[in-house]
Each structure stands twice: as structure tokens, then as C-alpha cells.
Design a protein around this ligand. Structure first.
Ligand code: M6R
Length: 608
């Protein structure tokens, strides 16, 4: 994912763009750049690195001008380097483009353009937009933008400058979000609200397949058919100015709702449907290494450990590599047998967790190959390990981890598919999962749309003193994660168990006073889960059931049903955890707890 910013007004554009890039850097920060209109030409500066290091190198005199676009990048197509940084441009530098999203028919369009004599200067999909726009522009920016919408597939938010249009920015949106900020004698374009606060009083949200022409004192919107369309503006309200919760009452709720977009970006940038492959080149594990690995150790704490449980299942079942999940603080004590045939994967949101850092260091010292599955690449763990798979969840502010968990699950699934590919797998899993992965953001979105059902259940469990969470197989970790969410923010004592363990002890706890949350969605474990539910029911236990739409038999056994859409069992944990996140959130809210900053906890645990 990337961040885009555009400015046109009466002030110098460079400082506005640099500040905008800074504020958008949570979206990606491996390279950055700007383009500024100056005396009939576009002055482009861009490079690999962070804006803090790049901006001091950009000479304000050379980049004088009052209209420009800027970008902060998270590499998807091509490594982070100067040619691949945005803005991308055509050969004559008449057009500059910044882009957030994925151009899905990149290969076909690139081949076509090359056939017409275009020489590409980068590996990015974005460069395609620059050449296409330059070739179709005959003085009419809306017509050129329309031709992009006709030719290009995928999700993209674009801000475009043309050397012949001194103070005009062209904005185009399909899929990826794009806002226009309305200021006084100046207007802006941005991926999100952050860089607009303080300069703009109101915003226009560009609609699907819409084009905008933005000048210092006008904004005109056009549909894909070229017809001008009316637009509504909305003021930036007080709470948005204050804390960046984007209108949500808590960061946790905002972060739960970010999941579909984050998942989409991760999957779309990594799954190459055209080639039937998973692209994880930046992880730095060669096919030969994948073939040599004899064991994978997944290490993490808390929510990250629950993701490890899922990771061990998918690496073993999809890629056929023996894999185990170990709590990071228990790793050294096991004196694990390590060598370069072991892959040790450290999972961490912060990349700073002391327990995980120490375990990762033990793996490095023991000679294992190490990989960080991290949300902060430039972190202590990120710098120590051999390679990083950046999950790009964006900043997670709430102490209770939500979007990072689902993002870690998706990243681990992609890793398992990549490992299977490298180890000579027949591609069956990816073939089977590709359509399910494509639908996954919408499936998660569907669960978010069912918050009312969750609210009803939360009104019931808010008075509970204890709760039990049960799941099996891929969803054993989901049960543990649901219990952790509940206990850490609502302070209700909650235990999570693989459901098969019930009869070995925990069933003694069952009573009317202790609600049991059971994950019994369709798939190989559904019937055995229903068996466990009957056992709880037979002892007068209250049941909250996570069940697949239409499962009327399961419904009969439940006091409350948290419905989820039918999804492939391998990715069901990503969907099934969402009602549990919402249940914990709503229960904590009803109990008057501090949802975002629960007692006794810290977001980053840098002590052992
Ligand atoms: O930053 P990390 O992912 O390494 O943090 C690990 C745990 O401290 C963290 O997941 C914790 O359990 C969360 N508060 C759970 O919501």
C-alpha cells in the first residue's frame, strides 16, 4: 500500500507535499518522491529511503512551484529503488503519476506498449498509467483519464500532472480510496484524511470510477462516461481533527474496520493470478532454501503466538514442512536444535517485543535462517533477522491487536503457498484458494455489517464473570485469540481451548453462568464441534455459536448465533475471528472499560 498527496494553491507546494508524505508514511515508506510544475515542465525528485532523509536533499529553489504531487511507497512491483519510486513518468516527462493500488492487467498492457515502441524505465505497474495517459492526452485531461478507466483493470487511486496544465491536478479513483480536501484558495488530493487536516475545511470523497479536475479555486467531477457529476462535501469534524480515529469512537473499532482493505492490499499485491504464483521475492528465501528446510519454528507472544498456531498448521499441511508454534519466552528454555535447515519465523506487530527479540536472536546464534513477519520493518527484530515479510497492517494504536492478527494469518498462508510452490507442490492449493482469497475482503466486510447481532450477544455476556472459547483445527488458535481479546479489554475471565480438550477437564466449569463461545463453521471440524456444543448444552451451558450462514441445525443448539459467510476452511480463521473481536469490543464498551488502553498493559512489551 502507498500514500498519495497532491497540492494546488498559492503556497509553495514542496513543504505541503513533504509534510503530507510524512503523515502518510504509515502506509509504506521504502521510497518517496514529488513532482512540481515549474515554468512549463515537471520537476521530479524521488529515491529509495524515508522522507526524513530524502526531503533535506531536495532543493526548494529547484522545486519552486505551487502545484505538485507526492508519494510514499510500499514496494509491490519491483524492488525499492530510485527508478521504481513514484512519481512515475513518460519518456518526455510530460506526465507524472502517483498511484495507490494494483493494476491487474499490468503485464498485458506493458507488452502492448512495448510492442508500440515504449521503453519502460521501471518495474512498476504505475509506469503503465503514465505512458497510457501521455499517449491519449490531446489537450483534454478528462478524456485521457477516461481512457485509463476503460483500459485498466484492478484497484487504483491516481493523482496525475501534465506539463501543459500548470495548476491542474487530475485525480482518478477505482477501488482504492481518494479524497479531495477543500481549502482557502487551495485544494488538495490525498489517500486519507491525515494530510488534509489543518489545511482543508471540508472533503469530497471521490466515487467509484470518478475523475476530478482540481485547481486552486475549483473542483470538477466527471463520471466514467465523461459527464460532469454533482458532488457532496462534508466538513472535517472536530473529532477527526483531534485524534485521527476517522470518526470511530475508538481506535480498536477503527482498526477492526480497516481489515478488509488491508487484506485486499496484501493479497492483491502478493498473489499473481496471471502467473498462478505467490510473489514473495523480497522475503529473500530462495527455492533451494525452501527445499532444504526440515523444520519451521514459529515464535511470538500473545496475539502473534495465536497467529503462529495457524502458521504451523498451514506450513505443515500445505507445504509439507514439519512446523511448530512456540511462545517466544519458552523458546530458549527448550534448547532447540538449530542449523541452517531450520527456518525460525518471528512474528511481531511492533518488532520490539523483548521476548520475541531474544528468541529470534537465539535462532540466529544457533545458525537457523530467520524471517520476521512484522508490521514494523525498521524495528529491532526487523534489523536482526535475515529477511522480513512486512504485513503492512498500518499503525495499530489500540493495545488489543486486531487487524495485525488477520494480516499475520494472511501473510502466513501466502508464505505456506510460496513454500509449497518452491518445494515442487502441484499448485492445487493456490488454484483452489485463489478465488476464495479474492473474495476474502468482502467476506470480512460482510461480517462487519452484522454488528447488530454481535451487540445483542454482548448485552447478554456483559454480566458474565467467566467465559469459555472453543475451536478445533485451524480454528483452535481463533478460540484462544477470542478469549485473549475478551479478557484483555473487558476484564472478563476467559479461557480458550482446542475443543477436544474439553472432556479432559474444562467441562467441569460449565454452568448457566459461564457462556461458551464455540466456533463451528462448515468444514472438516464442524460436526465434532457440534458434538462439543451438545455436551455443553447437556450441562445447561449457554452457547454463543459462530456458524456458517444457513446452518439451521447448528442454530437450534445456540442461544445466540454469530453468523459468518461460507468460506474455504483454510481461510475461515480470518473471517471467524472478526465476530469475536467485535464481541470483545462491544462487551468492553458496555462494561465501561477503557477499550483502547486497558489496564496493566502496554502496546509494546520491551521487558522480559
Ligand atoms: O508487538 P507484538 O506483536 O510482538 O506483541 C505481542 C503481544 O504483546 C501482543 O500481541 C499482545 O498480546 C496484544 N495486546 C494482544 O491483543
Amino acid at each position: 500500500m502507498c500514500g498519495i498527496i497532491g497540492y494546488t494553491g498559492s503556497s509553495q507546494a514542496l513543504p505541503v507535499l513533504v509534510q503530507g508524505i510524512r503523515l502518510l508514511s504509515y502506509r509504506g515508506y521504502d521510497s518517496a518522491g514529488v513532482s512540481i510544475w515549474n515554468d512549463g515542465s515537471l520537476r521530479i525528485r524521488k529515491d529509495q529511503g524515508r522522507i526524513e532523509d530524502l526531503a533535506p536533499r531536495w532543493n526548494p529553489d529547484e522545486l519552486a512551484g505551487t502545484a505538485g504531487i507526492g508519494h510514499t511507497r510500499w514496494a509491490t512491483h519491483g524492488v525499492p529503488n530510485m527508478p521504481n519510486a513514484h512519481p512515475q513518468h513518460d519518456a518526455g516527462e510530460q506526465v507524472a503519476v502517483v498511484h495507490n493500488g494494483i493494476l491487474e492487467n499490468d503485464l498485458a498492457l506493458r507488452e502492448r506498449l512495448e510492442g508500440e515502441g515504449v521503453v519502460f524505465a521501471s518495474d512498476t505497474d504505475t509506469e503503465v498509467f503514465a505512458h497510457l495517459f501521455a499517449r491519449s492526452f490531446e489537450g483534454d485531461a478528462v478524456a485521457a483519464a477516461r481512457s485509463l478507466l476503460e483500459t485498466c483493470h484492478g484497484a487504483f487511486a491516481l493523482a496525475i500532472q501534465h506539463a501543459s496544465l500548470p495548476s491542474t491536478l487530475v485525480a482518478v479513483r477505482r477501488g482504492s480510496p481518494l479524497l479531495i480536501g477543500l481549502g482557502v484558495r487551495e485544494n488538495l488530493v490525498a489517500s486519507d484524511l491525515r494530510p488534509l487536516v489543518g489545511r482543508a475545511d471540508a472533503v469530497i470523497e471521490l466515487g467509484e470510477d470518478q475523475i476530478a479536475l482540481v485547481t486552486p479555486d475549483s473542483v470538477r467531477l466527471f463520471g466514467a462516461d465523461g459527464g460532469e457529476v454533482e458532488y457532496a462535501t462534508r466538513p472535517i469534524d472536530h473529532s477527526e481533527r483531534d485524534i485521527g480515529k476517522d470518526g470511530y469512537p475508538h481506535f480498536m473499532l477503527k482498526e477492526i474496520h480497516e481489515q478488509p482493505d488491508r487484506i485486499y492490499e496484501l493479497i492483491a499485491s502478493r498473489v499473481d493470478a496471471e502467473r498462478g504464483a505467490v510473489r514473495l521475492d523480497d522475503v529473500g528465501i530462495t527455492d533451494d532454501q525452501w527445499r532444504r528446510f526440515e523444520r519451521v519454528d514459529l515464535i511470538g507472544c500473545g496475539t502473534a503466538f495465536h497467529a503462529c498456531l495457524y502458521g504451523a498448521y498451514v506450513l505443515e499441511s500445505i507445504a509439507g514442512i514439519p512446523a511448530r508454534a512456540v511462545m517466544a519466552h519458552e523458546y530458549e528454555a527448550r534448547a532447540p536444535r538449530l542449523n541452517d535447515r531450520v527456518l525460525a519465523i518471528a512474528l511481531s506487530q511492533s518488532g520490539e517485543t523483548m521476548d520475541t527479540k531474544i528468541a529470534a536472536q537465539a535462532a540466529i546464534d544457533g545458525g537457523a535462517h530467520t524471517l520476521g513477519v512484522l508490521n514494523v520493518r525498521q524495528s529491532v527484530i526487523g534489523r536482526a533477522v535475515h529477511g522480513v515479510l512486512d504485513i503492512h497492517a498500518g499503525p495499530e494504536v489500540a493495545v488489543a491487536s486486531t487487524k495485525v492478527y488477520t494480516q499475520m494469518l494472511c501473510a502466513l498462508l501466502l508464505l505456506a503457498l510460496r513454500a509449497s510452490q518452491a518445494r515442487g507442490g502441484d499448485g492445487r492449493h493456490l488454484q483452489e484458494l485463489a478465488p476464495a482469497l479474492k473474495r476474502l475482503p468482502d467476506d470480512v466486510r460482510a461480517v462487519l455489517g452484522r454488528f447488530d447481532g454481535v451487540r445483542e450477544a454482548a448485552r447478554d455476556v456483559r454480566r458474565a464473570g467467566d467465559m469459555l472459547f472453543l475451536g478445533r483445527g485451524y480454528d483452535a488458535g481463533t478460540a484462544l485469540e477470542g478469549a485473549l481479546k475478551m479478557k484483555e479489554i473487558s476484564y472478563i475471565h476467559a479461557e480458550g481451548y482446542p475443543a477436544g480438550e474439553m472432556k479432559h477437564g474444562p467441562i467441569a466449569l460449565v454452568s448457566r453462568e459461564m457462556p461458551t463461545v464455540a466456533i463451528a463453521t462448515e468444514g472438516p471440524t464442524r460436526d465434532r464441534m457440534i458434538g462439543n456444543v451438545r455436551e455443553v448444552r447437556a450441562r445447561d451451558g449457554e452457547i454463543l455459536l459462530v456458524a456458517t450462514d444457513g446452518d439451521v441445525d447448528a442454530e437450534k443448539l445456540a442461544d445466540f448465533v454469530l453468523w459468518v459467510p461460507s468460506v474455504h476452511p483454510l481461510i475461515a480463521p480470518v473471517v471467524n475471528v472478526v465476530p469475536l473481536q467485535l464481541l470483545a469490543y462491544e462487551t468492553a464498551r458496555l462494561r465501561g472499560c477503557d477499550v483502547d488502553q486497558p489496564r496493566n498493559l502496554a502496546k509494546t512489551v520491551t521487558v522480559q
